[in-house]
Each structure stands twice: as structure tokens, then as C-alpha cells.
Design a protein around this ligand. Structure first.
Ligand code: SAM
Length: 278
């Protein structure tokens, strides 16, 4: 198996007359060592079915095919999707190990296989909703590593009480333990993005409750962070009708009503949801 290098990526782009789309976050990795490193950090083995979102020209896909039993890749851009199996067939003796789906990953709710690991250089403008959607829809995904904009990585891995902590951190924490996994230089991309990138890894854990509790908890999280600088009793007033009603619920959940949402971890948000009326 040979991986894709900078020269071949430029050649492919020229053949396809590809003008990378900013709105689709098309920044392709041109350094194959980075792809190998990401797959290694993700701990992908021959027992894994890897899910890749946005395979693009196939840099990471080829590295994944080398390590996983099979890869299922979801690409929104049909030009790239049609080229991918051709590229894979040139580089890998088992092209049948790739399943390609042409779809918007935001709308993905079923797959022909049950993926075990997510490995992706996510399109930057939709990285958080894509990740949360996948964690929700595909419970067999037990672990993963994604590349996202540095600021988004810090938010996803943010801890309570920090300025990075917010909706992405606390919602991701419902599903998984999320950690930073290193920075990536802009120079490994073509075209070079004007933001820095980082890797984030996750390991799924048991959810703190059922789907009904999750929905209630997520509504409380949205309300708490919509007015981030306010105390919880005020921030949750629109949800419960008044700040007095919000205060009563917070006290019932043993949460100090004068705290701000940014001080609470996922289990405290769940406690509030558990004592709330539906
Ligand atoms: N994996 C490739 C790499 O590392 O070189 C490309 C990564 S590029 C940052 C993001 C890829 O996601 C592009 O191929 C883009 O077309 C695709 N994409 C953008 N939005 C998408 C969506 N909503 N669903 C699926 N793929 C999407």
C-alpha cells in the first residue's frame, strides 16, 4: 500500500479540475505521515470497522484501510466520492474493504455496517453537530479521533469552570470522555487553512440516562449557556416560567441557584433534568 503524497494530491485535483470549496471545509492532508499518526493515535486494529466522514481525496482513507478490517466513508461532494474508489483501487489490493456513501453526514442516521471507531478530518463548519450526531446515532462507535479547528477542539475537551467549557463540551460529555490529542500544523494541508487544527480523541462511556432524560438535559444545557453570564436561576427562568420556579428546581437538584452553567458538569445538569417536570 502506498499512501497519498502532496504531488499525487495536486495531480488528482488537477485531473478533477477541483477548486477546493471553503463552505465544505475542503482542506486536504498532503502529508501521509500525519494520516498514519492519526490512525495510530486512534488505536485502529484489524478488528475495527472504521467510519470516516469526508474522505475527500482519500489520504486518511488509505491509511485507515491499511489498519482496519474495513472502512465506511461518507462524503457529501459527488466529484470526490466518484474518484475515491478509483484512487483506492490504484493503491490498495482490497478495494472491496471500502464502502462509500454519498451523503450529508449531518443527516446520516443509518449505515450498512456497525462502525466501531470514528477517524476523520472533519469539515470545520459542521464538526460539532456531525460529531454529536454520530455519537447519538451509532452506539457501536466506542472510540475515535477527529481533527477539528483548534478552538473547537478546546471546546469539545473543555472542563467545567474554564472559558472553553460550553455546549459542545457538556453535550459531548453525555456520550463520551473527550480529550485533546495534539496539534496539527497548517502546512500539512492543501490549501493551507487560515485557522489552526487539533486532534480530539473520545472514548464512549455509559450514558447517564435514557433518551427522555437526555432531551431534557440538553434543553437545560442550551438554556444555561444561552445566557452564559447569568446565574442559573435567571438563565433557566425562560424554561421554567420564572426565576423562582427555576430556583426551586435547582434547590431540589442540590445545585446552587447562584452558580453559572459553566460551573456544572454533565451529572449536575442531569440532576436538574431528573427533578424537572417533563
Ligand atoms: N479526509 C480528507 C483529508 O483529510 O484530506 C478531507 C478532509 S476535508 C477537511 C473535509 C471533507 O469533508 C471534504 O472532503 C468535504 O467535501 C467533506 N464534507 C464537507 N461537509 C460534509 C458533510 N456535511 N457530510 C459529509 N462530508 C462532508
Amino acid at each position: 500500500m502506498s499512501l497519498l503524497g502532496a504531488a499525487e494530491i495536486r495531480e488528482l485535483a488537477a485531473t478533477l479540475d477541483l477548486k477546493p470549496s471553503k463552505s465544505l471545509g475542503q482542506n486536504f492532508v498532503i502529508d501521509s505521515n500525519i494520516c498514519t499518526k492519526i490512525v495510530r493515535i486512534a488505536g485502529v486494529t484489524r478488528n475495527d470497522i472504521a467510519l470516516e466522514i469526508g474522505p475527500g481525496l482519500g489520504s486518511l482513507t488509505l491509511a485507515l484501510l491499511q489498519s482496519a478490517a474495513s472502512v465506511v466513508a461518507v462524503e457529501i461532494d459527488p466529484r470526490l466520492a466518484h474518484q475515491l474508489p478509483i484512487t483506492v483501487a490504484h493503491h490498495w489490493e482490497h478495494p472491496e474493504n471500502l464502502t462509500l456513501i454519498i451523503q450529508d453526514a449531518l443527516l446520516l442516521n443509518e449505515l450498512p455496517v456497525q462502525p466501531t471507531v470514528l477517524v476523520a478530518n472533519l469539515p470545520y463548519n459542521v464538526s460539532v453537530p456531525v460529531l454529536l450526531n454520530l455519537l447519538e446515532r451509532f452506539p457501536t462507535l466506542r472510540t475515535g479521533v477527529v481533527m477539528v479547528q483548534a478552538e473547537v477542539a478546546d471546546r469539545l475537551a473543555g472542563r467545567p469552570g474554564t472559558k472553553e467549557y460550553g455546549i459542545p463540551s457538556v453535550k459531548a460529555a453525555w456520550w463520551a470522555e473527550v480529550k485533546g490529542a495534539g496539534s496539527i500544523s497548517r502546512s500539512v494541508f492543501w490549501p493551507a487553512p487560515n485557522v489552526d487544527s487539533k486532534l480530539v480523541s473520545f472514548t464512549r462511556r455509559g450514558t447517564p440516562g435514557d433518551e427522555e432524560l437526555r432531551k431534557k438535559t440538553f434543553a437545560i444545557i442550551d438554556a444555561a449557556f444561552a445566557q452564559r453570564r447569568k446565574m442559573l436561576r435567571s438563565a433557566l427562568a425562560p424554561l421554567y416560567g420564572s426565576s423562582a420556579a427555576a430556583e426551586e428546581i435547582l434547590l431540589k437538584a442540590s445545585v446552587d441557584p447562584t452558580l453559572r452553567g459553566e460551573a456544572l458538569d454533565i451529572s449536575s445538569f442531569c440532576s436538574i433534568a431528573s427533578v424537572s417536570e417533563p
